[in-house]
Structure formats: structure tokens, C-alpha cells
Design a protein around this ligand. Structure first.
Ligand code: AMP
Ligand code: ZN
Length: 664
């Protein structure tokens, strides 16, 4: 096969797999196989630039940087929607439109997805432009970023019109949002407030490869053209699906207002089961002919109406504001509430975020407050009922000293958060850093848990993570609930962590803004801690994906004499502070992005070797089977429960030979 043909076939194949995975949620090949094909295509394209295609599946990984987003005028204006809040509002609307059109009116009901609206222009089946709503007349062109969103088709299938526009909402599903936030918190970044703002903010990132990493989705809701090949909104839903768009299945054709109300009632309750945020229902007159007759007001179509769900809120009393100190010293004020029932759970605490938020709400202890649950991880306080406040209640004074160590707090210019600067003497910071060091993604120390770390610190046995390596059984046994066996496991576990590879040690050090990915990048680039410590800020920012903020944080960390001492000690204990030569020779990223569970006994390699092979080739080893597992490598005498679980979840079970072939 000639390269042109090969490129063409690979593109088609990848397009189809992408569609099955992200639009149908029904992948038929493993991530690993997908990545292999993608890599193959990337290589072919690099070798044959003459076959460049701006819509090749390879553009989805991003990489292009947009410095300025151009303003583009919409060919068809992007209107707002009128809102309604009750059955009566809807009745009024239906009465109004009945007077304006002849014949029966049917409605298509869809959920109102809460994200950022997006207009996509297609010509001859190819995506040529993506523009935000902006003011409705003009928006910003964000094509490069939108191309990385996997549910946006770059090449359509079927009988699409020559030129037309597709509209939909870009959302960030809850699960991906939570995951992004956990990672941010872990490296000392402030978590994002809600999925909607994060989704729209993502579209304006300059680096499209960063957008590619965010699990954004495009949910289709309408099409526009001078002449459309459909007669109703409901038909256009079906067409959009055929052409390759993700159209949520919940949309329903309703014959009359009663059916519309039924739809609303059902989804008012069940919307919490949706994987992304929804804030209402959009009701659209189904016949396009009738839509045309109804037309538009200055702001919105007469033929559509949004029904807004009431945000689930509750009223309760704020008993006390307390302050938490995180591993990085960041202070978070927490509202301790009189327990109250909200959206199916009992709420006792809400985040107040920072001093500005407290001032903005003018919230005081003893206040009656409104609590809401949105996309946030914990509920938020939206307002204070000041009419219920006793006149003598004093305004909240934000603390000036650390609640744990009394050190005066600091606040950097431009940052919302207060910090306790007593990095080395503030107990929650000390404990937090060591807990991070031993955590699963870092040094993964078996036999040592977060609570024991706190005990070791409060008993004065350790002050930093280097101290762990000096611990003896005799020191540990007298601790509360510490049997001899557990003390032995603890010391063993600490010893075993000396085998953990450099990139994970680097992550474990807990340098602010150095998450797993950044640590890997730095380890790969510098190969040893000595080389990294010698790097200047200018050198650091020249490393792919390392920005000024990270560079500055790395420099500050290694400038500290205390940290230098700790590093020196870690080196003496034998912790891996460089990539070993043997490892450098054997490492690949062939298994990148795949998670493996190993079960049973093997012939050619030991279990430990097998696990090491997985990690050396960029894969992850996990102890239990879940939806996230890519493969189960099964040896002889594989556990029957593991087998059943894998079969239930449809996870491929491969043999030792299959695995070795994968990495050969
Ligand atoms: P609003 O911003 O409140 O005027 O509401 C209009 C916006 O709702 C549109 O710009 C869309 O981005 C968004 N929207 C979400 N879901 C839908 C849907 N199913 N149909 C139409 N618009 C929707
Ligand atoms: Zn402190």
C-alpha cells in the first residue's frame, strides 16, 4: 500500500473508533490499540507533509498555540432563550404562540445543558470554524481548541448539506471536573469553582494541548442553514446523530403541553443522574415551518422556551466559621452549619473559599443562610438572610494568625488565599507533606497510612519525609494501636520505597505546582535531581510545558537550605534521585494511558518483573479491577472472582505472551 492510501485508511479507521468511543460510548478497540494506530498515523504524516489535512484525527492531541482569538461575525445570530419558572408561565407561552400559528403544535423537549454555547461551521463535511456565542452577533474563533474535543466530528458521515452550521453546548462532565480538581488540590492549586466556567475558560486557553487533556464534550442541540434537509427539530436530532454528533438520548417529541409537563416533572428529579450539569428543559416548537412563522423577538426565538429548574437550596444556620490549613499552607475558611437535608444528602459544612468571599456575603456566625448544591464538590452558601440577624452580631473578622501555629498569615498580591508561611513548623503542613510523600501516586509506602504519619509527627518521631528512613521498630511499637507485625511492615514499606523511580520521587517531594505530569516531564528532561537543581529559571521554562510559575516554584524549593539537606539525606538513604542507566535503555511509553491488573502465576517472568515491565513501558499497575482497567494479565491460577469481574466489565483478559508481544 502506498503511503497516501495508508494515511487515508488510518484516518478513516481512527475517525470511526473515535466516534464509537466518544459519541456512542461504545469502544471496540482498546486505548492501547488506538494509540498505536494514532502514533503510526502521526509518523506517516510527519514523513509525508504533502498529505496534510487540517482535520486529521492527529490534530485532536493539540499542540498549536493561539495567541489572539479573532472576532468573527455569526452568519446566523445566536439568540438567547426566554425563561419560564412555572407551569403557568408555560401555559401563557403556549396560548401566545397558538394565536400566531395555524394547526396543531408539537414540541421537542431537550435538557438545557449548562456549559458554553458553540457554533460550528461545516463545509463539504469538514469542520472549518468554531466560534463562541459572544454577544450573539459576534464571537471568538476557537477552532484549534475545539478540534481537540473528541465528540466534535472533524469529518461528517452520510448525507450532510454542503454548507451549514451546527450548534451545541460544550460541557465538562462532573467526573472529569472532579478529577481535574483533585489533581489541582494535590499540587497546591486552587480548585475550579464549577464545571460551566471551567468549560468556557478552557475554550480560551492558548495551548491547545492543554485543552486536549480536559475531558470536554460537545452536546449537539440545533442546526442552521439557508435550506435544511429536515422539516422538524426532532428529525434534525436524528440527522445530527447520523452525521456523527453526540445528541443526548433524553430528547423527546411531545404531542401536547401535558406531555411537556410530564417530561419536566420527570427530569426535575432525574437530572441528578446525568453525568453533566443541566439547569432546565428547553421546549422547542417541533415544525420548522411553524418556527419560521413565529420568528424572533429582539432577544430570543418565540418558538422556544427554557424552563428553569429551581436550584436545590435549603435554609439553615451558620454555627461557626473554622479555618483549615492545607499541605501548602493555604487557609480555607469552612462554614459549619446546622445539619440540613439538601438534594438527598445531609449537609453540615460548606466552603467559604477565602476572605473575599466572606466579605462579599457579609456572612457572620449565627446567620441564617441559603445553601445550594451545584456542580461543586461541596455545597456553597449563596446568600444570607439579614432580616433574621440579631442587631448586635459583629461582622466576621478574618483570622490574622494561623489557627494551628499562631504564625501571622500572609497574602500574596493577586492571590485570593491567605497562607501560613511557617512551612517547617506548622503541624498540618508538615503532616500534609509527609502524607503526600507516602501517598499511592507518590512513594506508595505500604504499611504506613495518613493517620500514622500524624501520630509519628505529633509524637516527635519525624519532622520531614527524610526522617522516615531513620525510623526503627523500637521507636514505632510504643505508638497507639501499633502491633509488632504492623511496625515491621511499616519499616519494611519505607525501605521498599527506595526502589520507587525518580519521576515519582520528584512528584513526592511536594514542590508546589509540580504534579505527576510535570514531574515526569522534568525527570525525563533532566534525568537526575542534581541536573534539575542546577537549572536556572530560563532553562526550566524552555522545557516543554513548563511555565514561569512552575519554574519559580522549583527554584524556590531547591534554594531552601532545609530542602537541600533533605535531598542530600534521601540520596544517602538510597532513594532514587536519578533515572538509572539500565532504565533509560529499557524505558518506552508503549503502554502510556493503560492500566493493568496482574493476576495469577507466570512462566517467563515473575509477578514483580511483570509489574516493572508495565511501568517501564509507561503503563500503570493497579490492584483491583474497575471500569478504568485496560487489561487483565492472567497467569495460571488466576483468581476466579477477578475473572468474573473482568468478564462482567468486558475488560480484555490477556496472557503473558500477549503482554510480552505488546511491548516487544
Ligand atoms: P440563555 O443563555 O439563558 O439565554 O440560554 C440560551 C442558551 O442555552 C443557548 O445559548 C445555549 O447555549 C444553551 N442551551 C443549553 N441547552 C440547550 C438546548 N437543548 N437547546 C438550545 N439551547 C440550549
Ligand atoms: Zn501555621
Amino acid at each position: 500500500m502506498n503511503p497516501e492510501q495508508q494515511i487515508k485508511e488510518l484516518r478513516e479507521e481512527l475517525r470511526e473508533h473515535n466516534y464509537k468511543y466518544y459519541v456512542l460510548d461504545n469502544p471496540v478497540i482498546s486505548d492501547y490499540e488506538f494509540d498505536l494506530k494514532l502514533k503510526q498515523l502521526q509518523e506517516l504524516e510527519a514523513a509525508h507533509p504533502e498529505f496534510y489535512d487540517p482535520n486529521s484525527p492527529t490534530v485532536r492531541v493539540g499542540g498549536e498555540v493561539t495567541k489572539n482569538f479573532n472576532t468573527v461575525t455569526h452568519e446566523f445570530r445566536m439568540y438567547s432563550l426566554d425563561n419560564s419558572y412555572s407551569k403557568d408561565d408555560l401555559l401563557d407561552w403556549v396560548k401566545r404562540i397558538r394565536k400566531l400559528v395555524d394547526g396543531e403544535i408539537q414540541y421537542t423537549c431537550e435538557l438545557k445543558y449548562d456549559g458554553a454555547s458553540m457554533n460550528l461551521t461545516y463545509e463539504n463535511g469538514k469542520l472549518i470554524r468554531a466560534v463562541t456565542r459572544g454577544d450573539g452577533f459576534q464571537g471568538d474563533e476557537v477552532t484549534t481548541n475545539v478540534k481537540t474535543i473528541k465528540s466534535v466530528p472533524l469529518q461528517l458521515k452520510g448525507d450532510y448539506p454542503e454548507k451549514f452550521e451546527m450548534r451545541g453546548e460544550i460541557v465538562l462532565p462532573f467526573e472529569g471536573f472532579k478529577k481535574m480538581n483533585l489533581e489541582r488540590i494535590d499540587i497546591g492549586e486552587e480548585p475550579y469553582r464549577n464545571p460551566r466556567n471551567t468549560a468556557s475558560g478552557s475554550l480560551k486557553l492558548q495551548d491547545s494541548s492543554e485543552v486536549a487533556r480536559r475531558p470536554l464534550e460537545f452536546l449537539w442541540y440545533s442546526m442552521k442553514a439557508n435550506r435544511l434537509p429536515v422539516a422538524t427539530q426532532y428529525e434534525s436530532l436524528q440527522k445530527a446523530r447520523e452525521w456523527g454528533f453526540k445528541v443526548p438520548e433524553v430528547a423527546k417529541l411531545c404531542k401536547n403541553l401535558d406531555e411537556v409537563l410530564e417530561f419536566i416533572e420527570y427530569w426535575d428529579v432525574h437530572r441528578h443522574e446525568m453525568p453533566y450539569e443541566t439547569d432546565g428543559v428547553v421546549i422547542k416548537v417541533n415544525q420548522l415551518q411553524q418556527q419560521e412563522e413565529l420568528g424572533y423577538t429582539a432577544k430570543s426565538p418565540r418558538w422556544a422556551m427554557a424552563y428553569k429548574f429551581k436550584a436545590e437550596s435549603a435554609v439553615t444556620v451558620l454555627n461557626k466559621i473554622t479555618y483549615q490549613v492545607g499541605r501548602t499552607g493555604a487557609i480555607t475558611p469552612v462554614a459549619n452549619l446546622e445539619p440540613v437535608q439538601l438534594a438527598g444528602t445531609i449537609v453540615k459544612r460548606a466552603s467559604l473559599h477565602n476572605a473575599d468571599q466572606i466579605a462579599k456575603l457579609d456572612i457572620r456566625e449565627g446567620d441564617t443562610v441559603f445553601v445550594e448544591k451545584g456542580g461543586e464538590i461541596i455545597p456553597k452558601i449563596t446568600a444570607v438572610d439579614t432580616s433574621k440577624r440579631a442587631p448586635s452580631t459583629p461582622p466576621t473578622q478574618y483570622i490574622e494568625h494561623c489557627p494551628e501555629c499562631e504564625t501571622p498569615l500572609e497574602r500574596k498580591e493577586g492571590e485570593a488565599q491567605h497562607y501560613c508561611p511557617n512551612t517547617d513548623g506548622c503541624p498540618p503542613q508538615i503532616i500534609g507533606r509527609i502524607q503526600h510523600y507516602i501517598s499511592r501516586k507518590a512513594m506508595d509506602i505500604e504499611g504506613l497510612g495518613g493517620e500514622t504519619v500524624a501520630l509519628l509527627v505529633t509524637n516527635g518521631l519525624i519532622k520531614n519525609y527524610a526522617d522516615l528512613y531513620d525510623l526503627t521498630m523500637e521507636q514505632v511499637i510504643p505508638l497507639e494501636r501499633m502491633a509488632e507485625k504492623s511496625a515491621e511492615n511499616l519499616v519494611k514499606g519505607i525501605g521498599a520505597s527506595k526502589q520507587i523511580p525518580f519521576e515519582r520521587v520528584l512528584f513526592a517531594l511536594g514542590i508546589r505546582y509540580v504534579g505527576e505530569t510535570v514531574a515526569k516531564k522534568l525527570a525525563k528532561h533532566y534525568k537526575s535531581i542534581d541536573a534539575l537543581m542546577e537549572a536556572s529559571a530560563e532553562m526550566l521554562v524552555n522545557v516543554d510545558e513548563i511555565g514561569e510559575r512552575i519554574a519559580e516554584s522549583v527554584i524556590t524549593f531547591f534554594a531552601s537550605e532545609d530542602n537541600k539537606t533533605i535531598i542530600r539525606r534521601l540520596k544517602d538513604y538510597g532513594v532514587q534521585l536519578e533515572i538509572s542507566a539500565e532504565k533509560l535503555a529499557n524505558q518506552t511509553d508503549k503502554l502510556q494511558g493503560n492500566s493493568f491488573v496482574v493476576s495469577g502465576v507466570f512462566e517467563q517472568v515473575s509477578r514483580t518483573e511483570l509489574k516493572k515491565l508495565i511501568e517501564d513501558n509507561g503503563g500503570k499497575v493497579s490492584g483491583s479491577i474497575s471500569g478504568k482497567t485496560s487489561y487483565v494479565v492472567a497467569g495460571e491460577k488466576m483468581g476466579p472472582s477477578k475473572r468474573t469481574k473482568a468478564e462482567e466489565l468486558g475488560i480484555p483478559i490477556i496472557s503473558e505472551e500477549d503482554f510480552l508481544a505488546m511491548i516487544s
